[in-house]
Design a protein around this ligand. Structure first.
Ligand SMILES: Cc1cc2nc3c(=O)[nH]c(=O)nc-3n(C[C@H](O)[C@H](O)[C@H](O)COP(=O)(O)OP(=O)(O)OC[C@H]3O[C@@H](n4cnc5c(N)ncnc54)[C@H](O)[C@@H]3O)c2cc1C
Length: 393
């Protein structure tokens, strides 16, 4: 490892690897570090990604596609089903990934493009000078070392420390978080065509339960609950759900993780530093999905970082362009608007959720997106959802 790079990227999740790759492709000398000894494990994800979300970040590859469900099915508390079927509409469908392989494939791409990738290398602090981030203090295997750079990218996930070290308020309130618990289960009968979503205040307060197919007789079965709406751990809800749906199944893997779904981060840049992905709370408030947003944020960050380095000005004044770019992008606008939608939906009683589902009972929504679903809900329930019109359309 050298002691100086143009860019140091902390964290080799989807956000960090895409940033490192795109920066290396633009000719920057890039170091990508990952604290774990293996990229992609342990998985903390239900692994759902739309084809649109994959974009041009990777060519589809059988090795990391565990299933290709064409439809989604939402189950309201009384069992009413709402079907979202892109396949029926002749559109593209989604993937359930194998993230152990997917995350590695993204890191390979970064390395192929010329980034240096080091695992078992954890950022421990930042080098600062005159209020500017100038590099990263890291533990590389057993050794503590300092690596300087023009710019540092914090892609260190939901528990990000990099932002905090740079003076950004990244503290997450428990009330803004969803607690997620998931089992990878085998020996269960699941329709590989559908991602299933279950709603209900007893089942998953403030969130939902899911199962996403993962190939023959396997699925990710999980629950996300809003921490402010229950004092019970998510795993308790998960165990109840599993007992009801898959009493015969075997648990092959357990996943726990926090998902920031309410308040947005106030700043995602500091002098010499940019945050991307979960570190900048880029997860969708409704679905909890963050893979696509992390990758797209990485692309936006590189555009601004390359410019800042070339003019020798990595101050917040220059890096603010990134802040403006992502907040005004499609995903930035969606994040803001969906907080409002989420806040309204978590107040609904089960009977209100049932009524909304009844209104869509005979409608097949030809889009597996929150926007498609919300548009149809508002069309069928203009009075009840009047206040959401301005955030959906
Ligand atoms: C239960 C659950 C289910 C989910 N389901 C979905 C889903 O179906 N679809 C979806 O799109 N999203 C889902 N998400 C969210 C998704 O996992 C994240 O949004 C996504 O991984 C964000 O990517 P990232 O690169 O920002 O961060 P991460 O993938 O978290 O990567 C951050 C990396 O930084 C490393 N790191 C941390 N600190 C340091 C350090 N000091 N030094 C070096 N490395 C460090 C970590 O080890 C990690 O590898 C889910 C999350 C949970 C918890």
């Amino acid at each position: 490892m050298k002691n100086r790079y143009d860019m140091v990227v902390v964290g080799a999740g989807p956000g960090g690897s895409v940033t490192a790759r795109r920066a290396a492709e633009k000719g920057l000398d890039v170091l990508l570090i990952e604290k774990r000894q293996e990229i992609g494990t342990p998985v903390r994800c239900a692994e759902g990604l739309s084809k649109m979300g994959l974009g041009d970040h990777l060519e589809p590859d059988r090795r990391w596609i565990a299933a290709e469900p064409g439809s989604g099915r939402i189950h309201s508390p009384d069992g009413t089903q709402v079907i979202m079927s892109e396949k029926a509409a002749g559109n593209e469908v989604g993937y359930v990934l194998d993230r152990k392989i997917f995350d590695r494939a993204l890191a390979y791409k970064a390395a192929d493009a010329g980034a240096e990738v080091y695992t078992k290398t954890a950022a421990k602090g930042l080098i600062t000078n005159d209020g500017f981030v100038k590099g990263v203090i890291m533990r590389h295997f057993g050794d503590l070392c300092e690596v300087s750079s023009d710019i540092v990218i914090g892609a260190d996930g939901v528990e990000s420390l990099v932002g905090r070290w740079a003076g950004i308020d990244t503290a997450l309130k428990a009330s803004d978080m969803e607690a997620g618990a998931q089992y990878l289960m085998s020996g269960i009968d699941v329709d590989q065509e559908f991602c299933e979503f279950y709603l209900g205040n007893n089942l998953a307060p403030g969130g939902y339960a899911w199962f996403f197919p993962k190939g023959e007789r396997q699925a990710n079965v999980g629950v996300g609950v809003l921490s402010s709406m229950t004092d019970q751990p998510a795993v308790k809800y998960l165990d109840n759900f599993v007992k009801r749906k898959f009493p015969e199944g075997h648990i092959l893997e357990t996943v726990y993780g926090g998902i920031p779904v309410l308040g947005q981060i106030e700043r995602s840049v500091a002098n010499g530093l940019i945050l991307v992905g979960d570190a900048a709370r880029h997860t969708d408030p409704i679905t909890g999905g963050g893979i696509a947003n992390a990758m797209n944020a990485g692309v936006a960050a590189v555009g601004v970082a390359v410019k800042a380095i070339s003019i020798g000005d990595t101050s917040t004044k220059t890096l603010d362009e990134y802040e403006r770019k992502w907040r005004s992008s499609a995903f930035g606008i969606a994040l803001k608007n969906r907080v409002a939608i989420k806040k309204k939906f978590i107040k609904f009683r089960d009977s209100q959720l049932d009524n909304l589902a009844h209104s869509l009972k005979d409608v097949v929504i030809g889009e597996m997106t929150i926007s498609g679903l919300m548009a149809e809900l508002i069309k069928q329930n203009p009075k009840a959802l009047l206040d959401l019109r301005k955030v959906v359309f």
